[in-house]
Design a binder for this molecule. Sequence first.
Ligand code: WTA
Length: 653
Amino acid sequence: MSQKNIESHLVEKRVFKPSKDFSKKARIGSLAEYKTLWEESIKKPDKFWAREAAELVWQQKWTKVLEWKEPFAKWFVGGKLNVSENCLDRHLGTPRQNKAAILWEGEPGEKRALTYQQLHREVCKFANVLKSHHVKKGERVIIYMPMVPEASIAMLACARIGATHSVVFGGFSAEAIRDRIADSQATVVITADGGYRRGSVVGLKKNVDDALKGGDPSVPRVRSVIVFQRTGQPVQMEPNRDHWWHEEMAKADGNCPAIPLDSEHPLFILYTSGSTGQPKGILHTTGGYLMGAYITCKYVFDMRDEDVYWCTADIGWVTGHSYMVYGPLANGATTLMYEGAPNWPENDRFWKIIEDYRVTIFYTAPTAIRSFIRWGDQWVKKHDLSSLRLLGSVGEPINPEAWMWYHHTIGGGRCPIVDTWWQTETGAIMITPLPGATPTRPGSATLPFFGVDAAIVDEAGNEVGPNVSGKLVIRKPWPSMLRNIHGDRARYRKTYWSEVKGCYFAGDGARRDKDGNFWIVGRIDDVLNVAGHRIGTSELEGALVSHPVVAEAAVVGRPDELKGQAVVCFVTLKQDVTATDQLRDDLKKHVRHVIGPVATPDEIRFADALPKTRSGKIMRRLLKQVACGAVVTGDTTTLEDLSILAKLAGKED
Ligand code: WTA
């Protein structure tokens, strides 16, 4: 986040109260009501969560709401349920059964609608396909798909039989798939021949083939690859291993009861970046996660049967999991899914979709909003957006200017904006306005959600006063919290529960104003947020040094008007290697290849050496200043080689 944004945050005084009309219809209609319920959720969590959990379908009721042995939580202990049953079966036999569960539009323009009954049948059939490939309860399944309903079907089918899915974002590389297969020890992969993005075909199956090329003993043998035919482009099908989705489905039975699963049964693993090492497999379980996804959709989006709800996130991110699939379906809502880019074939695609489907709730990211602003209001004005009643934002701090534009130009000044702070690890929204209750302030995620005991603390772990920045922590366990980093309890404890005693440390910096509103400043660890995507600097550095000519690399973020942060790499080369523009391009391509297009460096700067402390730590603070073009300030006496600073300060071109 840029200095300008932080400054504008500090002077931001505008307050927008929910309209009387909105509050009258909303589930939580006043700040007082929110406060009463929040107090209850913190002081009497058992009572609060037992009441909310009773709205889910349990095959066996829990005996205890929470068992907490820091840092390990069990929620709804002894309870048995199935997420797929909660998202599908519970709506059958009700007036919802023939309403659209998923509305889908492909980038080339195809349209599909799946009612709850139809989706249920597809999920049952695909669950039987998985069974016919001997997928067992607890086994891991990788899903690497474009944005098609089959991606949701695959997730729900895994949930139905107790397989643990791990969705890999379609923009990640073959190497990223291989790493995730190795870490999760998955034995089945579900993919597609390709998908459409900005008018071209992205070859997903080819990446899976590359990922599965043998040789690496840490990668288990994948016995089945199931391939959905989306684009029809030619792909290689390996005999005995690869199978077409449609052929398998044609053989499958439409009945498949949802099996009862322990509340703590692993539902999914989703990999995300941290400040050190390889991406971490964030583990979410069944009962608590579903509770979080369900209750936040109910109160934050105030979802109703009449709503057409659209979350623009990709299914490969946690937002796609909680707010495109599980949360909306558990609420019996209609969830819209769009395959492609917002500027295809033209810059008004999103507004056209909102008009065509009469979308009522729209949830997107600040980086997208900033692009829309740049493209210009004329694209918005061509369309009737009067169906919208509520707007959401997620992924990074929203700058007040973007908030105001969203409010006026998209929301017509009438739609509340819920700026929702949360993380892959938290599973569900944590800090957010409730649209009928909370006065909103541009740039603030406002107040903690029910059950969330958030605070700002200083270096010593003490809570700070109003308007003092510090570390954002959560002081109590919550139902949808991560349970572990897959296979690494020590890393889980160290990463999240050791920085601040007795608290979950989020990795974000924030402050609270005198009314208690949270203003998130952004990551304070070595994690970048590039266009709403989390990327660890250590992963980028690892990718750079895996290139044969690179000796050392340090990566920092530079504020970027559009993407939030841009990736700036400082690289030293091995002896006798000459720095050239060609090499710069090669290195960018190399990082793309190793991690994926989302991680493409914006700038590569060559240096003779990197600035280090006497103990050998790279001085990132200094590099950040250099990357921003700022004058280097502060204490630099511990530098190993001061002379290199001048060279580093030279711009890329
Ligand atoms: C950032 C995405 C400010 C934050 C759901 C967090 C936000 C990281 C907001 C998690 C917001 C997300 N305001 N910052 N409303 N939402 N963030 O795991 O830095 O991909 O730690 O989860 O995004 O990113 P993740």
